[in-house]
Design a protein around this ligand. Structure first.
Ligand code: URP
Ligand code: ZN
Ligand code: ZN
Ligand code: ZN
Length: 484
């Protein structure tokens, strides 16, 4: 059975052109004019783009005494409804747990996924076992990215010696370290101080995580990565201080990548001043939403190329779960949703405003991510042989975002009431037509794990340079006798 997407304009990260796209066996089989097939999807007036890839989700994640409420079924259904055809989630070993056990647990959860997925492995503790298992994870399990939390002291946080050891191991294995960059020690002190002063509402969450906390940690992570001779990827870059560290590093030849979230690009700190406790608590995430100065910096970074991609960090908790933190903001589960809304919100606030070109939109929602995570051109491309993860994007289709019509399992939406223009007409997951004009036709369990090979080019270049420039003992003839 073949499918042809007919009459649209193909938009990729580097080209815009009119062509039909033919699909067979889940892959792109031909691109050109006048193609035909068993099934035709009308793309008149639409852009035919690589499906979105969300490099940062937490589905059914155990965190802060509960589990995030979207699992691999509802989360990937939400993803597809918004034009995202692949998610990359985090396998999180608990303290002393084997990385391989954690990975099995995550594989058990993901069987119901509606679209393809991959994993990052988190380094939540350090020891010889972790050092050894990292090799198995990279060489045998198809995972080439390791996440490090510099925040969540007493829980997920690792400190500098552990991070440096893990980064060096990543360099050896051809893996890419990812970092949640916030200074966890300072956050813990600020939290205690705020609580002691009676500042216990959700707004204090933002007060406890100022931009400096993120800027400092981002710079530290980048410098440690540079010393380890490995590229580094900073997740949820939310502020100018962090962006500045990334920008400066890149200008100095360091391979550092920054990932703003759609939430930080479009929502600001005034949300925490809302008199409704639930409203503010539902928006508690780390890092917190910030002011316009920071938002402008993030948009500029996407335009200039100093920031590489846009994610969601989708980690959805119900209002009931958020209320665990009534009277103590440090107990509000951290996280917000966004999987269904990332693409329409970025199109509306990026492409429709002229801040991004359509090609830049594809780059930051899909192609750059596929390249950074080493799954290009299987994903992130419309090329013959690529997986047919495709969104047929209708730039004239509009809606108002509402929790009443969303796919996510939670009872609210942080983008509630936002009007978007630009939505999927069709979304295909490896050729399976999963969304038709807002109608959900996803197939539970259709999603497959995407194994990713270790990195060749960037890590090799860095290790070559590291070797050439490494400190060397000065060989001397005629060493004088010791002057005793
Ligand atoms: O608040 C957030 N971001 N929750 C999810 C876990 C993380 O830090 O990414
Ligand atoms: Zn230590
Ligand atoms: Zn994080
Ligand atoms: Zn996260």
């Amino acid at each position: 059975m073949s499918t042809v997407i007919k009459g649209g304009t193909v938009v990729t990260a580097d080209l815009t052109y009119e062509a039909d796209v033919a699909i067979e066996n889940g892959r792109v089989a031909a691109i050109g004019k006048g193609l035909s097939g068993d099934e035709t999807l009308d793309a008149t007036g639409c852009y035919v783009m690589p499906g979105g890839i969300d490099p940062h989700t937490h589905l059914e994640m155990p965190f802060m005494g509960t589990y995030s409420s979207d699992d691999f079924e509802s989360g990937t259904r939400a993803a597809l409804a918004g034009g995202t055809t692949m998610v990359v989630d985090f396998a999180l070993p608990s303290p002393d747990q084997s990385l391989l056990d954690a990975l099995s647990m995550w594989h058990n959860k993901s069987g119901r996924a509606n679209c393809d997925y991959s994993y990052h492995m988190a380094i939540t503790w350090w020891g010889e076992q972790v050092f050894n298992e990292m090799e198995t994870v990279v060489r045998e399990k198809g995972i080439n990215t390791f996440k490090h939390f510099m925040a969540y002291k007493g829980a997920l946080m690792v400190d500098d010696d552990e991070m440096f050891a893990s980064f060096q191991r990543c360099a050896e294995l051809g893996a890419l370290p990812l970092v949640h960059a916030e200074n966890g020690d300072v956050v813990a002190q600020l939290q205690a101080k705020l609580l002691a002063e009676g500042n216990n509402g959700p707004e204090a969450h933002a007060y406890s995580r100022p931009a400096e906390v993120e800027g400092e940690a981002t710079n530290r992570a980048i410098m440690i990565a540079d010393m380890a001779g490995v590229p580094v990827y900073i997740v949820h870059t939310s502020c100018e201080q962090a962006h500045e560290a990334i920008r400066r590093a890149r200008q100095n030849g360091i391979r550092a990548y920054g990932e703003p979230l759609i939430q930080h690009l479009t929502l600001d700190e005034s949300e925490y001043a809302n008199p409704d406790w639930d409203h503010a608590a539902r928006r508690v995430m780390s890092p917190p939403f910030r002011n316009k100065k920071h938002q402008d910096s993030l948009w500029a970074g996407l335009q200039a190329g100093s920031l590489s991609c846009v994610a969601t960090d989708h980690c959805a908790f119900t209002t009931e779960q958020k209320r665990y933190g009534v009277g103590d903001f440090t107990r509000i589960p951290n996280g917000t949703g966004g999987l269904e809304d990332r693409m329409p919100m970025l199109w509306t606030h990026g492409v429709n405003t002229g801040r991004l070109t359509m090609n830049e939109f594809v780059a930051v929602t899909s192609t750059n991510i596929a390249k950074i995570l080493n799954t290009y051109p299987r994903k992130g491309a419309i090329l013959v042989g690529s997986d047919a993860d495709i969104v047929v994007w209708d730039p004239s289709k509009e809606k108002t975002i509402s929790s009443k019509t969303q796919q996510s399992a939670i009872d609210y939406n942080v983008f509630e009431g936002k009007h978007v223009k630009g939505l999927p007409r069709y979304v295909l997951s490896r050729g399976l037509v999963s969304i038709v004009d807002g109608e959900v036709k996803t197939r539970e369990g259709h999603g497959e794990f995407v194994a990713r090979e270790p990195f060749q080019a960037v890590n090799k270049a860095l290790s070559t340079w590291k070797e050439i420039t490494s400190p060397r003992k000065v060989e001397r003839s005629g060493i004088p006798a010791s002057g005793v």
